[in-house]
Design a protein around this ligand. Structure first.
Ligand code: XBP
Ligand code: MG
Length: 256
């Protein structure tokens, strides 16, 4: 049977560099709207990325970086409200096309579609945010390229827990041995591996470049495109200049 059967993509940091100039800005706008004097700098945000999920990240901030804050009685509701406002700001940033896709993402998605390889998403962010990013960066209706979108709170435990990958694999009725996962972070890699996915390709970014990726199949700076070669950091290098299906197929079980 042809391998791989499906490609499963993380979103934040993998499809696009959304954290620093997307999510972080949206959090800060939501804080400001709520009359809070919290400002998440680029450096602080890097520390807060230790925790995935926006609501979880706000709570982690309060527990570790803002212990003096006079908490409201219903902290859960307070965080949920802030997070809803943050999602609105994030979606409006996407509508302004604030963040492009990373090099090679659209190329590989198109190649997989032409080859009849199934596509899916496994992310910690909300489904609305995924759609807003896809709508702003790919042709109209491209959200339907992804058969399954596993996002946000559909599972109780976010990455590095394997739950979101397991959820997506179950809905696709796909064995983890037949898919390739694309990630940008150590948390994402751990989640994919935890769900039994053997082939995980990592493209690092400024926030994740220093993390440990020994369990990855290969690590690159980007997937590479016509005018920007994929630079291999770890694992087998592609024969060509980009991460494409010809390269991915060499990573399949029959070749190992
Ligand atoms: C993404 C995240 C998310 C986003 C914010 O991780 O950690 O928390 O930063 O999204 P991954 P929400 O790329 O591993 O999925 O605020 O919508 O939760
Ligand atoms: Mg990510």
């Amino acid at each position: 049977m042809a391998w791989p059967r499906a490609l499963i993509f993380d979103v934040d940091g993998t499809l696009a560099d959304t954290e620093r100039d997307g999510h972080r800005i949206a959090f800060n706008r939501a804080f400001s709207d709520a009359g809070l004097d919290w400002v998440w700098s680029v450096d602080l945000y890097g520390k807060l990325l230790a925790v995935t999920g926006g609501k979880e990240r706000i709570r982690y901030f309060l527990e570790n970086f803002n212990q003096g804050f006079d908490r409201p009685n219903d902290l859960d509701a307070f965080i949920a409200d802030l997070h809803r406002a943050k999602t609105r700001h994030y979606m409006s940033l996407m509508q302004q096309r604030a963040i492009p896709l990373r090099p090679g993402v659209e190329r590989l998605l198109e190649e997989a579609r032409m080859a009849g390889i199934r596509l899916a998403i496994a992310t910690t962010t909300t489904a609305e945010n995924v759609k807003a990013l896809v709508d702003s960066t790919l042709p109209a209706g491209a959200i339907d390229w992804f058969e399954v979108v596993g996002a946000g709170d559909v599972v109780p435990n976010k990455k590095p827990a394997p739950d979101i990958y397991t959820w997506v694999l179950e809905r696709m009725r796909q064995s983890p041995h037949q898919v390739v996962a694309f990630e940008d972070s150590a948390h994402g890699l751990e989640a994919a591996k935890g769900a039994g996915i053997e082939c995980v390709l990592v493209t690092v970014n400024n926030y994740t470049a220093g993390q440990g990726f020994d369990a990855a199949t290969a690590v690159f700076d980007t997937l590479g495109d016509e005018d920007s070669k994929a630079r291999p950091i770890f694992g087998p290098a592609p024969g060509g200049d980009v991460v494409d299906l010809a390269y991915i197929r060499t990573l399949g079980p029959q070749e190992r």
